[in-house]
Design a protein around this ligand. Structure first.
Ligand code: 7PJ
Length: 275
């Protein structure tokens, strides 16, 4: 798939760069521009094929931030990364205003956990001509973990993503610019997350590349009893399962470990085996 002017080999690792004071596993660590730049360099050296820059924390219970705050966090970093990063830069935002400024500052992909449901977001992405990741979320970050209920989580996530893909088509966003993401942890219980991971292949029927973010998430904490920074092995296991079940892009904090693991998966996939 092409993102911006780059063609990506799959599976690719998207390195997470949160410039927020409150993200659950790295909040506050990379707030200053220099610290964020050093982290970006480390993610690139570790083999990240995309960087995902976020100025809004979407952790469960997180409060909304203003566009001005997001812009202040994200734009200086994007500007500093131009020329430095030879990979596509993605911006994690739902706000049309932030999308516009981010693309002007060098972003070639929008990663929207609200799947372009904010007013004007669909039209903005159509006009900007960039790639977009549509993610499934039940509810809003403030309330999404209050007893989410599904009859069939995989089926309902697939139906939602199919509808959003159609909305993109209707405003002129070509399908080949769209990635889909089931949104692990966004309005889902641990059981829902595991069911989705095990059934990920069903989402391939939508015909678009899949992006998966399970890195350090609480389902892995529930399974291992470990704090976020100690969930590396569990995150790598989840990444391997996702890639074997058809994920194309893995969003990860621990990029070097994930890149190594995915090299093994890719070697098996390209060997002509049934993987
Ligand atoms: C995801 C995301 C995810 C996409 C976050 C964290 C929580 N974007 N943004 N998919 N998670 N597309 O940093 O782990 O799963 S925020």
């Amino acid at each position: 798939m092409r993102i911006g002017d780059r063609v990506l080999d799959f599976p690719t690792v998207m390195g997470v760069l949160n410039v927020t004071p409150d993200s659950f596993s790295d909040g506050g660590k990379f707030l200053g521009r220099d610290a964020a730049l050093r982290q970006a360099e480390a993610l690139l050296a570790a083999g990240a094929g995309i960087l995902d820059i976020g100025g809004e924390s979407t952790r469960p219970g997180a409060r909304p931030v203003s566009a001005a705050q997001e812009l202040e966090r994200v734009i200086p970093l994007l500007e500093a990364l131009q020329g430095l990063a030879d990979v596509p830069l993605s911006v994690d935002t739902s706000k049309p205003e932030v999308m516009r400024s981010a693309v002007a500052a060098g972003a070639s992909m929008i990663n929207d956990v609200r799947a372009l449901r904010e007013e004007g977001a669909l039209e903005t992405v159509a006009e900007l001509g960039v790639s977009v990741c549509l993610m499934h979320m039940l509810g809003e970050p403030r309330s999404m973990q209050h007893k989410p209920v599904y009859k069939d989580v995989t089926q309902e996530v697939a139906a939602f993503l199919g509808e959003r893909l159609e909305c993109c088509h209707n405003v002129g966003i070509e399908a080949d610019r769209v990635l889909l993401d089931p949104g692990f942890g966004f309005g889902k219980t641990h059981a829902h997350n595991i069911e989705l991971l095990a059934n990920l292949r069903a989402l391939r029927r939508l015909g678009r590349p899949l992006l998966v973010g399970l890195s350090r998430k609480s389902t892995l904490g529930a399974l291992t009893g470990r704090d976020p920074a100690d969930r590396v092995a569990a995150s790598v296991a989840a990444a391997v399962i996702a890639a074997m079940n058809g994920a194309d892009i893995i969003r990860a904090h621990d990029v070097a470990e994930t890149v190594d693991a995915l090299r093994v998966v890719a070697a098996c996939m390209h060997s002509g085996s049934s993987l």
